[in-house]
Every structure is written in structure tokens, then in C-alpha cells.
Design a protein around this ligand. Sequence first.
Ligand SMILES: Cc1cc2nc3c(=O)[nH]c(=O)nc-3n(C[C@H](O)[C@H](O)[C@H](O)COP(=O)(O)OP(=O)(O)OC[C@H]3O[C@@H](n4cnc5c(N)ncnc54)[C@H](O)[C@@H]3O)c2cc1C
Length: 435
Amino acid sequence: MTGVHEFDAIVIGAGFAGVTAARELRARGLRPLVLEARHRIGGRTWTGTYDGVMIEYGGGWFSPLQKLAMKELDRYGIPLVEGVLPFPEWAVFPVADGKLESFDGPESLGRLGELLTRIFEGSDKLLPDPHDPLSTGDRIRAVADTSLREHLDQLNLSPRDDSWVNTLVAGFSGGYSKNGAYEALAQWWELAGGALESWVTIEGQAPATGMNALAQEILNDARARLHLNSPVAAIADDGELVRVTTQSGRQFSAPVAVLAVPANVWKTIDFDPVLPAVHAKVAEQGISVPHSSRLWLRVRGDFGPVHVRDDEGAPLTPLFTHTMLGDGEQLLTGYSQDPSFDVSRPEQVREVLSRLLPTAELISYKAHDWGHDPFSLGGWALRRPGQLPLLPELQQPHGRVAFASDGLASGWSGFIDGAIESGARAAAQAAEIAS
Ligand SMILES: Cc1cc2nc3c(=O)[nH]c(=O)nc-3n(C[C@H](O)[C@H](O)[C@H](O)COP(=O)(O)OP(=O)(O)OC[C@H]3O[C@@H](n4cnc5c(N)ncnc54)[C@H](O)[C@@H]3O)c2cc1C
């Protein structure tokens, strides 16, 4: 190794993968520098408040089944707030010809649960160890190219059942069920215990302090130098040193680097030497769903807690009650995977709400569009058909650069737990390279 360096490792990106990598590098005796593009840490988690209620613009919930996340909460003494969502009294679902209708909440959500259970029948045989998704070898590879849409087609569901369950899997897939891999959602199902009762734990429970406070705790333990507002434009690895150049032209070097940005943004960085073929392919495709906005709407209306789902490709689906505020007001939260829905335009938000809940009056709203955000270019990771077999190679370092992000997790890919897993792995790889 040539020269003396102020830092032993450069971590690019201060989301959960990056802050975990930085802390684990420090734990191995390496001094990390963290370069973060935005003015804040946390990445696709972003805690805010809305009229006194804590909200998350991105990742907001943990399941007690997410062991790595639970370990972090335990480590920093942060309690998990149980069951924050009120159970919907009524629901809105699509019926024929693009129309929506109201249904009883417990009954319709019960039906949705039955359908979900049906579509994952047999996935325990494909994914007996869901933390090791390729463990069944040829058996799982045989379905790796199958999209969620293709899987639904094999089940011969009635048109109503198909459209209801499709609203769910299309949402997870980033708008259309043809874009999501069946194996990826089946893995979520198996990670969540392979049963509806435990599946529902993936939504609704939040750390009492919010996600960004947890990320900050992890970063504090890294004792890292942090540069915010430092988007990285280029990474050059000469075999001895990694030289990192920011968009403003600042240069940093260290013997190793951890690239902890989503695969969706790899294509915005110049790599020398160029990325290996598998990484280059996934950089083009992305692993995170391409379009994702999270909305928070304060509405007034004479109705109780509600759960709304629209057809695939619709501008806002799902939308559901987060908090009953009293005086006929409630705070709804929803997701959009429609790139043409401009959440910065109140008239568009009002129009979309009037289709879903015609009697609701919009008082105000907040939103963030992750798909058009240059530092995420998408939402949560959900593998596309054909990507699973690439995972072992994607998890390997390229020269002196190790990769981390939720989409590269073996376990909870697409979740904060997965980001933590991948950050820890990348730190171990980087420390090995540096030794
Ligand atoms: C709407 C939404 C809802 C979600 N809900 C949940 C949930 O309830 N529970 C859950 O567990 N997960 C959820 N997720 C997923 C979760 O947020 C992610 O899995 C997790 O935050 C990913 O962490 P990461 O560190 O891999 O990536 P990121 O959080 O994206 O971190 C990457 C970091 O790299 C930075 N960066 C990007 N480009 C550059 C560059 N060129 N130079 C320097 N820095 C750069 C970014 O600014 C960012 O800080 C949700 C995601 C979204 C979008």
C-alpha cells in the first residue's frame, strides 16, 4: 500500500447500509470517511412530522421478525411501538370496468388475506431457508424468471379475485405485477413466517424515535468523518487505492471503499475499471422499483378508518388510515408508483383523492417522490424476474470496492433489515481487502 492516508475506507452513501458499513469498519479498526449526496443521512428513510404526528416519507415500519433491525433497536434502547395503524372499518376495491366500490373492511381484507395465502402456497418448498434464497438450487432457479403476473395467470383466479390480489402484488412491484419476480415476493412471505398472521407484522410497527434517529445512533458509533452534500461522480481503483471524485470535483482516496447507494443509481457514477457485466446489467435494470412516492394526506370526512386499493397502474394505491385525528379528521398514508402523478401539484392530488374517496375533503398533504429523486431513482428493492441467480455475484466486491444496499441482501431484500445485512457484509469484505 502506498502513502499514509487520513482514512482507511470510504463509504459512499449514508443510508442504513452505509452507516452500518461505517460502524462495522470502525469495529474492525478502520477509520471511515462517509460521503453522502444529500443534506441529511438516512437515504430512503426520512423522518418528519405532520401537525405533531411523526411520519416517515420512506421506510417506516419494522417487523419483530426482522432480527437485524430488532438487534439495532435493542442495542440503542429504542422501543418498537406496537400496532400503530387502526384496523379499517371499511374498504374500497376495484370492481369491473375501472370502477371502485365500498366493502366491509374486515370481510374484504379477510378475502385479500386468503388470496395472498393462496398465491404463496408451496413457496415454503422453494424457499425452506428464506435467508438463503438460492438454497434449493435448480428448484428456485426454475421459477426465477417468473413474474408475479405470470404466477397469478397460472392460478386461474376469478376476475374479481385476480384484480384484488393483483392490486397488492402490483403495488409491491412498483406499479405492474409483470415487473416483480414471483420468487422475490414469495421470499418476503417466507421471511415473514409463511402465514398471514405473521405477514401482517411487516406494516404498522415503528421505532419510537423514528428511523433517522436510529440511523444516527449507528453512525455515531462509526466515529466517521461525514461529508454531506457530496454526491460522488466517479470511482477509480488503481489496484492499490480507490480514488473517489465528487460532482464538485473534490477528491478523496483510501485503500478500500464501500459503495452503499442503491443499484438504481450505479449508472450515474463513472467507474474505472468499468463495472463487471452482472453489475452493469443490474445497473441498467435497477433492483429497486422504479417509481415510488409516499404521500400523507390530512382529510376531513364523516367516515372511520379505511383501506383503499385501486387497479394496477393507478396513480395512488394503496391508501389507508394512519391516525384518527378527531373532529372528523384523519391522517391517511398512501403510495404511488405512477411516474406521471406529480405529487408536488395539489390539484393532481385532490383529483386522485376524489376518485378514491369522493366524500373526503383534502385539508393538506405532504409527499416525497423517490423515483424522481436523483439519489434513489426508485423505491424499495424488489427483484425483477431473472435477477435472483445474479445475487451471489452482485454481492462480490469489484477490485477494492465492496457493494451494499437493501437490494443486495440475502434475507430481507427491500427492507431496512436487508440494508443492515448488506452493510455489515460489505464492511467485512472491505476489511479483508484492506488487510
Ligand atoms: C416509500 C417507501 C416505503 C418503504 N417502507 C419500508 C418499511 O416500511 N420498512 C422497511 O424496512 N423498509 C421500507 N422501505 C425500504 C427501505 O427504506 C430501504 O430498504 C432502505 O432504507 C435502503 O437503505 P440503503 O442504505 O440500502 O439505501 P438508501 O437508504 O437509499 O441509502 C443510500 C444513500 O446513498 C446516497 N447516495 C446516492 N447516490 C449517491 C452518490 N452518487 N454519492 C453519495 N451518496 C449517494 C443517498 O442519498 C442515500 O443516503 C421503504 C422504501 C420506500 C421508498
